[in-house]
Design a protein around this ligand. Sequence first.
Ligand code: SF4
Length: 372
Amino acid sequence: MAGLYFHIPFCKQACIYCDFHFSTSLKQADEMVDTIIMELLLRKDQVEEPIETIYFGGGTPSLLSHHQFQKILNTVRFNFLLSDLLELTVEVNPDDLSTEKLEELKTLGVNRLSIGVQSFFEEHLKWMGRAHTAHEAEECILLAQEVGFDNITIDLIYGIPIMSDEEWAQNVQKAIALGVPHISAYNLTVEEKTVLSYMVKKGMTQDVDDEQGERNFQYLKDQLLANDFIQYEISNFGKEGFFSKHNSSYWLGKKYLGIGPSAHSFDGKVRRWNVSNNSVYIRGLKSGAPSFEEEVLSPKDRVNEHLMIGLRNKWGCSWEYLNETGLDLTQLKTEVVSKINTGYLEKTAGGFKTTDQGLLFADAIAADLFLE
Ligand code: SF4
């Protein structure tokens, strides 16, 4: 089984914290769709297995027209095995969602929406540079439910310097009350070369506060667990049957083909990533010399990557997978036992995973266990 990812590199405006690849000029949108199709056809033989999940991320995929989506999905239908397709997700922004748009997405076979809500407060949305209003954030969820989408996830951001703990609590309660079965929540981080990083350096806004982030996260976790959500990955909470199948396949080490500028692919051993520049991406494919880099994961890389990913999710790490690398893991085994004894890790049927307590320090524990 494999996944297909499409990176749609356009946004209406730049959010101050964002370091994803996107352009705010839509001039190249048609040419980009044609080039994405070109790349898809060029690389279709790299996936022999049936496709289980398709994911449109970005950028803002909901900026694509019905016709542009149709062109890409028709190419997928003619060239890949879709008999086992379980999930077709599109990332959407609230300001792009009308009843008509939602119905179009439904007719395309989209069965999961990932809505970039971030906050239900106007003040936060303005501060973050989001293109939607607080009213749209709420309204689009109700509209999507009316149109018949039951598999909806929303993104929320916590740790925003201008957000009080009380406002965060209201965001969480509103998400629960709206009945969405999946929530991804991210701690605001100040990434290099973003407007936010400039603002912090110039003293135009307060820096993020780790303690606020921890408090907000703890509140979120307590409330969601009390409301039948399961934390199946450090930032992802879903009700039974609503975990993201596409993202879970990344965490379970399955193969995926990533199409579009900056998209990543993984075939089990080789990781490949396309150039993060729209014009260079288009030129490369048109000239027959696609611009990408790749790296063959060494056995040590595979161990470290498995630790990094596995300790952040509920499935944990598998000794069978780690042993397949053929490396001497004696030292790792000793360290895992010691972290089990201190309560940060626990045994699973075939391996180990973080405890509730350990999950809070997943990255640090993984770093401790990494092979040098
Ligand atoms: S809409 Fe999403 S991808 Fe676009 S700038 Fe904002 S956070 Fe980044």
